[in-house]
Design a protein around this ligand. Structure first.
Ligand SMILES: Cc1ncc(COP(=O)(O)O)c(C=O)c1O
Length: 459
């Protein structure tokens, strides 16, 4: 005989720990998951279901209208496996909520549109991941979103002069890919917030272990979880964390009009007890951003993560701290070794004193700046090709953040969206090599790079 399908409802959740004051690793391992709510399964189960039994019509009405806490309706909008990932990422960053997506680009495009739809503008720089630059320079304008570029976002005067009536957000990568430029987010936030504008960052390279952007004023934090958070190159994914601090309501106004009109329009789907339509700002308060992101962009553009991908990402997240400690130590050693090499013109790693943002790295990144570095070889593109083709431990591919070390030539792959002049202006040359350092012994990685030098220069 089948057991009652509703017995779990009566049990109090018993999450072992992971809330509030727990450490990073403990939160990565336990937050948001109570085994006794999942037939005592110790590992987070993969809920491979598209939809959920509503029990009866009365409860079905409540679930469909978001009035049944913890209940699920349809996996495009929420799934119990993905819920755990979202809960952990929100806790690790100190946000009020997180929304997971099927890719980092799904997360980024949805978050930017959620801030700037209805004719808004975004201020940013040109020193960005190639896909993000293509999104901002080409695709978002086609959706009616304007983009304004500045050279240095943390030049307070330059940023202030770029913010206009329609500006909704300032966007930055906390550590840029591949040149390791770091933004002074405290300065950016104080200028943006002085004008009621949101600060949104891509924190993919450092992850919340190395840098917590909300502590420096970010309102929205975006990840490609495909990188270090997954850490094994097994799933494409993304996530957006909502800090819950910015006022998206009518009090945040420009010349008498709300700065974020999209959060202040009554919604047919949001109603109070008397049936009156509410705005996202009214209905969701400090979670207005994430609730609209889920209710409009995840649900309607539909870039939802699958539960298996969320499971793989949770597996990776559980070991993020120990992986990064070892990988950062190797990266620092390899960066210093490369810098002393005769055939290397320049190393871009903010952990090195020679990097223009080293002082900022020292101030804001006490655990190191990450596992990605780039360097310029002397000589020709043919020598770069010989260098890369001779390596055997590094895998040649366009990803970062794996347990395995990775090598790539950005100018012809990850940053091919940029014309040569733009590439040069952000520090990418035809002989730039990007490395993502994994968990192999650093000695083996150095020996592999020696093979590259021997093939390129014959010494
Ligand atoms: C910094 C950064 N942000 C976002 C993305 C996009 O993420 P995804 O590939 O998961 O869509 C990437 C991917 O390379 C990236 O490097």
């Amino acid at each position: 005989m089948l057991q009652s399908r509703h017995t779990q409802e009566t049990q109090e959740p018993q999450t072992r720990t992971g809330r509030g004051d727990a450490g990073f690793a403990t939160t990565s391992l336990h937050q948001g998951y109570a085994p006794n709510q999942h037939i005592d399964a110790s590992a987070v189960p993969i809920y491979a279901t598209a939809a959920y039994d509503l029990w009866n019509t009365d409860r079905g009405y409540r679930v469909a209208n978001g009035k049944e806490p913890g209940a699920h309706l349809y996996s495009r909008a929420a799934n119990p496996t993905t819920d755990v990932l979202e809960s952990r990422l929100a806790a690790l960053d100190g946000g009020v909520a997180a929304v997971a997506f099927g890719s980092g680009m799904g997360a980024l495009s949805s978050a930017l549109l959620n801030l700037a739809d209805h004719g808004g503008r975004i201020v940013t720089t040109r020193d960005l991941y190639g896909g993000t630059f293509d999104l901002l320079s080409d695709l978002l304008p086609a959706f009616g979103v304007g983009v304004d570029y500045v050279d240095k976002l943390d030049d307070a005067a330059e940023l202030a002069s770029a913010i206009g009536h329609d500006t909704r957000a300032v966007f930055a990568e906390t550590v840029s890919n591949p040149t390791n430029r770091i933004v002074d987010l405290d300065t950016v936030s104080s200028v943006a917030h002085g004008k009621g504008v949101a600060v949104i960052v891509d924190n993919t390279l450092p992850t919340p272990y190395l840098y917590r952007p909300i502590e420096h004023g970010a309102d929205v934090v975006v990840y490609s979880t495909t990188k270090s958070i997954n850490g094994h190159g097994t799933a494409v994914g993304g996530a957006v964390v909502d800090a819950g601090n910015l006022d998206y309501g009518p009090a945040n106004a420009v010349e008498g009009h709300p700065r974020f009109p999209q959060f202040n329009e009554p919604q047919h789907t949001l109603r109070d007890e008397d049936g009156n339509a509410l705005t996202f700002a009214q209905a969701a308060g400090s979670k207005a951003f994430s609730q609209r992101l889920r209710g409009k962009y995840l649900r309607l553009l539909g870039a939802a993560p699958g539960p298996f991908e969320s499971f793989l990402t949770i597996q990776g997240l559980e070991t993020l701290e120990v992986r990064l400690d070892r990988e950062v130590a190797s990266t620092e050693r390899i960066a210093a070794w490369l810098e002393s090499h005769d055939h290397v013109v320049r190393v871009n790693y903010a952990g090195l004193p020679s990097h223009p943002d080293h002082a900022l790295a020292d101030r804001d990144f006490p655990r190191g700046v990450g596992t990605v570095l780039s360097f310029d070889l002397e000589g020709s593109q043919e020598q770069l090709d010989a260098f890369i083709d001779a390596t055997t431990v590094f895998t040649y591919l366009t990803n970062i953040g794996d347990a395995k070390s990775l090598i790539v030539n950005p100018s012809r792959t990850t940053h091919r969206e940029f014309d040569p002049g733009h590439q040069r202006s952000i520090g990418v040359t035809p002989t730039t090599v990007r490395l993502s350092i994994g968990l192999e012994e650093a000695d083996d990685l150095i020996a592999d790079l020696e093979r590259g030098f021997a093939a390129a220069y014959g010494d």
